[in-house]
Design a protein. Structure first.
Length: 730
């Protein structure tokens, strides 16, 4: 059973020790987040935490992968603490599976219920006066068995938190546990007389094993500790004490986030040395010709037990890749805006290239497009940072398969030159390519990256230039591939738009041709055929019938041409609607009254129905729908015509009992020249343009048309139009 000693937790002397530890423990040379992370990794657990336990709250001094909603404020109610158990009993405590534990305190613990924690192992922490202040704990979200070796290792690691003022609960105090779910290790490790040497060696090895950079100074502000990660980042000697000259040179490598030199008093270490708690501060590091790297720094002053300043410590975590990814999110948005605002790739290029180069932190970028006609690569845009220039590089030509840009074009794959200063960086096949490489070096270019712009095929190439060697090839390739995909979609849409405009112009030319070259001769043929048919002298009955057939078919052909021209004009916008208030009921009634056929038309119409529309076009709708219904219905059958308005929607319904339309062919009914298979064998003449014209007119009125089967036979056509369209008269 777990134990909570309320008297101990509320002891004023212990709480004062906790208060002092909250000031001294976070200022240790070893970052406490790193201790928590190292503990979790050593014990193969996903979470680790260094806590200080008060009476009502526990305080998070070091955290690794704890949920942000729990640890984000740096403290949590004591109800969420398992560390209180180590403090209450003054020995290591563990649980292999809280969710199935017999103790309801563990089975219903908030960490289990709300965060899914199943197992934990913790050791108590004591200060230099032997008072219990907190714990070092690892947690897991799966059930597990903790070994004695893991317990011993956690005790030893906790000893490193502070060699003089805060230490782990001594192993000699570890009693046997009272049950099987919470128990102490069976063996105890006693640190011998060489404890200090072992601890110092372990601490050095631990610091040098971290990917996080650590730097510390003494009370005089002199650098006394720099771990391996930070030495490598700032090109400091791999071992030994850091001299004042080395420290000054390292400080000179620091830049502010805007790229300007960072004054020594404003460096994170000096700010912490002056007593400031430095939190989440980015600093740029440029060592020699290396690329600029970004480090996120957290620093604290080191305060001794006597309250005096002992120095300062800063932990620096490299976030170059993270910050670059964040910049590319902004870049994506900027490229999207530039492409949306531009009418051509050339117009968009300057803004697009500036956004890309700025996100990379590189000085130059170029955009090339493929000319399919000449099979050449043409530069359409270039951007250089202020005060820089590509000079003669902007004028060089690109041959397919040669050089970085040419090979990206030929292969459709990204091409890198990671360091132009090395002969083996790129294979140069021609004298011209060698001249380009020489121009790179002349302009201080150290890295070149060419990314193909694709959309089914290679449409262009994006080439970017850096003034320092670049090593994050995989990340940058992925990021720039995303940008290139944006540009590729834009180019493909522009090409499709250009093709559409060309087709539209071709259609307009065809319409003009039809209008002029076909209408005039058809009119002449029809006129002369009529004259000849009306002249009785010299023409027998057979010839008269021939002349009448010529006249009849000429008129039909002219109607087809007129309908085609009408459709084309409506589609292209050359012919508009004449919108005005009209009485659709009167138009429908007048049209139905003109039907002269054996088919009976039953019109169910209101007396008046005023709506916004083009009277001529609405009459065409009714005429074509009635004509179709009558044409494909048996003689003597009924056609029903209904006109209603409800909720501002006018509905015209035409129902017949004719031959119907095959279900799988209805989706094609509004295609030009389409006639259903049963109609083609019915013997009724037609061009398949009437429903296409009706569909176009309905859509221009912001309406919709549907065709459904009528039982047991026939068809129902429903036209729905807004009573008040809001369309302007044209």
């Amino acid at each position: 059973m777990v134990t909570v000693d309320e008297t101990l937790l509320h002891d004023p002397v212990r709480l004062e020790a906790v208060r002092r530890a909250r000031s001294t423990l976070p200022a240790l040379p070893m970052p406490l987040d790193a201790i928590a992370r190292f503990a979790a990794r050593l014990l193969d657990a996903p979470m680790g935490v260094v806590t200080l336990v008060g009476c009502d709250e526990e305080y998070f001094a070091g955290v690794h992968e704890l949920p942000a909603s729990l640890a984000g404020h740096g403290r949590a109610p004591i109800a969420y603490s398992v560390c209180q158990y180590m403090v209450s009993v003054d020995h290591p405590v563990w649980s292999g599976d809280m969710s199935t534990d017999d103790d309801p305190l563990l089975r219903h613990h908030p960490l289990t219920v709300e965060y899914g924690v199943r197992a934990f192992l913790g050791v108590p922490l004591r200060d230099g006066d032997d008072r219990l202040v907190g714990s070092l704990t690892v947690l897991d979200t799966v059930a597990r068995q903790w070994s004695d070796e893991q317990m011993t290792l956690l005790v030893w690691l906790a000893e490193l938190l502070h060699p003089t003022s805060v230490r782990a609960g001594a192993a000699a105090r570890v009693p046997a546990a009272a049950d099987t779910s919470l128990r102490a290790p069976a063996t105890a490790q006693i640190i011998d007389a060489d404890e200090a040497d072992v601890r110092d060696g372990f601490l050095t090895a631990l610091l040098d094993s971290l990917s996080v950079g650590v730097i510390a100074c003494d009370a005089a502000g002199q650098v006394v500790l720099v771990n391996r990660a930070l030495r490598e980042a700032q090109h400091l000697p791999a071992t030994g004490r850091v001299s004042a000259e080395h420290a000054a040179a390292a400080a000179a490598m620091l830049l502010d986030v805007d790229g300007t030199p960072l004054p020594v008093p404003q460096t994170p270490l000096m700010r912490a040395w002056r007593g400031e708690h430095v939190h989440d501060t980015d600093v740029l590091v440029k060592a020699g010709e290396d690329r600029i790297r970004t480090f996120n720094c957290n620093g604290r002053p080191i305060i001794g037990a006597d309250g005096r300043l002992r120095g300062a410590v800063v932990a620096a975590h490299e976030v170059t890749a993270v910050r670059r990814t964040q910049k590319f999110r902004i870049c994506h948005a900027a490229v999207t805006r530039a492409l949306a605002a531009a009418s051509s790739a050339a117009e968009a290029a300057p803004a697009v290239l500036q956004a890309i180069a700025t996100a990379l932190g590189w000085p130059h970028a170029q955009l090339w497009l493929v000319d399919d006609v000449t099979d050449s690569l043409t530069p359409i845009g270039q951007w250089s940072a202020p005060g820089t220039s590509l000079g003669d590089l902007t004028r060089h030509t690109v041959s397919k398969g040669e050089g970085v840009t040419g090979r990206a074009w030929a292969t459709g794959e990204s091409m890198w030159v990671c360091d132009t200063g090395t002969a083996e960086a790129v294979t140069l096949h021609t004298q011209h390519a060698q001249a380009v490489a020489e121009a790179w070096r002349r302009h201080g270019i150290r890295t070149v990256l060419s990314v193909p712009i694709r959309h089914d095929s290679v449409l262009g190439v994006l080439t970017c230039y850096a003034d320092a060697p670049e090593y994050q090839q995989d990340q940058l390739t992925v990021l720039l591939d995303g940008i290139a995909a944006q540009i590729g979609v834009f180019l493909a849409l522009r090409r499709a738009g250009d093709l559409s405009r060309q087709l539209a112009r071709s259609k307009d030319d065809f319409i003009a041709l039809v209008g002029h070259e076909m209408r005039t001769p058809l009119t002449s043929i029809a006129a002369y055929a009529t004259i000849l048919a009306e002249e009785g002298d010299g023409i027998d009955d057979d010839h008269r019938q021939m002349m009448q057939a010529i006249e009849r078919n000429t008129i039909m052909l002219r109607d087809i041409v007129d309908t085609l021209l009408d459709l084309a004009g409506l589609d292209s916008g050359h012919v508009g609607l004449d919108i005005a208030p009209v009485d659709f009921a009167r138009i429908t009634a007048e049209t139905a009254a003109t039907v002269n056929d054996s088919t009976r038309v039953h019109a169910d119409l209101p007396d008046h129905l005023i709506m916004d529309g083009d009277a001529h076009r609405l009459r065409q709708i009714v005429t074509h729908l009635l004509s179709n219904a009558i044409a494909y219905s048996p003689p003597g059958s009924d056609v029903h015509l209904h006109l209603t308005v409800e909720g501002g929607i006018v509905q015209l319904r035409v129902t017949d009992t004719g031959i119907g339309i095959p279900a799988d062919e209805r989706r094609h009914l509004f295609d030009r020249f389409y006639r259903a298979s049963n109609v083609r064998h019915h013997g009724t003449r037609g061009a398949g343009l009437g429903l296409s014209l009706v569909h176009t007119i309905v859509e221009l009125h912001a309406g919709a048309i549907t065709v459904t089967a009528q039982q047991p036979s026939g068809t129902t056509v429903l036209v729905r139009l807004p009573q008040h369209t809001g369309l302007h008269q044209r």
